[in-house]
Design a protein around this ligand. Structure first.
Ligand SMILES: NC(=O)c1ccc[n+]([C@@H]2O[C@H](COP(=O)([O-])OP(=O)(O)OC[C@H]3O[C@@H](n4cnc5c(N)ncnc54)[C@H](O)[C@@H]3O)[C@@H](O)[C@H]2O)c1
Length: 343
């Protein structure tokens, strides 16, 4: 049997703590071996919870231990330097979304990935929800016919206290954007996964309900896809009290709707609707959500990709595509013009 892969979490903040919990449930496939944070108290607090060593820099951890995988959980604009450092040290890498906040930074990750030959995946855990996978497969099986349109809504709410809770939140330089770059990118990635390559974008963004942030709290976009399909996107952090992500995909032969982590509607000229109960997670541990389960499923995918030498379910190219589309939304909103995406 393979030895468990040894994982270092880089960044012991909100999502770093979630990763630690996800890893602790991976059984004998993987083990948390190190926690790194430039804030030593944060590193130690999380490391102590799992009885592993804490380090104040990734370099220290890579020197001290043999590690297989780094999970990059630092603020968004630091993803590329931290991921490149891990790749140069010979580790495989999981990067939290967004891949980074500029295309140049994403390209530096992709170049280091190619040079190293290691596995790199960008988190987009909603793709691993059973209902999202089902809709993706139904499209591939032709059950919706020619896909003609899709809509996604990420109508969330984040309080002013959320933006005030970290000096990087809501900044252009480090968060890279607002309701779309940070939150709505999950839903946007689902739309791209379902509808294919985006080719142009027309968009509006606004900041309407928060103070002292440099980014949007509402973004609306019309996205045209290579296939001809049309997508409609809403991303907000100003939609009190916040609703679950909703995705609808329509085709000439059917429609599928995901809402509240469930298959809310399915109709096809060629296929019968699945039992909704078969598309929900079973055995969700106490205190976990459906989305946590999907996040852990993506970990399993990456571990399998590493051991089998196959591509992970979400590649860096796909992370870059989602980022490129977010940046096109921002450019269109700024210029008032449609923006073509170069492919
Ligand atoms: N997939 C999801 O659902 C999800 C949810 C939340 C956050 N995220 C992403 O995770 C990332 C982190 O978000 P967060 O909310 O956990 O932020 P956070 O501010 O709570 O935590 C970030 C941590 O990184 C540390 N850090 C900064 N630079 C570092 C470095 N060079 N080396 C080591 N540690 C460093 C900080 O001290 C801090 O403890 C963001 O990119 C965010 O978009 C993803």
């Amino acid at each position: 049997m393979n030895q468990p892969l040894r994982i270092a979490i880089i960044g012991a903040g909100v999502i770093g703590a979630v990763h630690a919990r996800l890893i602790s449930g991976l059984g004998d496939r993987a083990t948390l071996a190190a926690v790194v944070d430039i804030d030593p108290t944060r590193a130690k607090t999380l490391a102590d919870r799992y009885g592993v060593p804490a380090y104040a820099s990734a370099a220290e951890a890579y020197t001290a231990q043999r590690l297989d995988l780094a999970s990059v959980c630092v603020p968004s604009a630091y993803h590329s330097p931290v991921a490149v450092e891990a790749l140069e040290a010979g580790l495989n890498v999981i990067i939290e979304k967004p891949v980074d906040v500029t295309l140049d930074a994403a390209d530096r990750i992709i170049a280091a990935e190619k040079k190293s030959g290691r596995t790199v995946s960008v988190i987009s855990q909603r793709r691993f929800q059973p209902v999202a996978s089902y809709i993706h497969e139904a499209i591939a099986r032709g059950e919706l016919g020619r896909v003609t349109s899709g809509t996604v809504e990420s109508a969330f709410f984040r309080s002013q206290a959320y933006y005030d809770s970290g000096d990087w939140r809501g900044t252009i330089a480090i968060d890279g954007g607002g309701a779309l770059m940070n939150q709505g990118i999950h839903a946007l990635d689902l739309l791209i996964w379902m509808l294919g390559t985006p080719v142009s974008v027309v968009a509006h963004t606004r900041c309407l309900a928060h103070q002292n942030i440099e980014v949007e709290d509402v973004a609306g976009a019309l996205i045209s896809f290579e296939s001809g399909a049309v997508g409609v996107l809403l991303a907000s952090t100003a939609a009190y009290p916040g609703l679950p992500v909703r995705l609808a995909v329509h085709g000439a032969g059917g429609t599928a709707v995901m809402e509240n982590d469930r298959l809310a509607y399915f109709s096809s000229t060629t296929a019968t609707a699945p039992e909704a109960a078969t598309l929900t997670e079973r055995d969700v541990p106490e205190g976990w959500s459906e989305v946590d389960m999907a996040h852990q499923r993506q970990y399993r995918d990456v571990l399998e990709a590493i051991t089998q030498g196959r591509r992970p379910g979400v590649t860096t190219a796909e992370g870059r595509r989602a980022l490129q589309t977010v940046l096109a939304v921002y450019e269109s909103a700024r210029t008032g013009q449609p923006v073509a995406l170069s492919n």
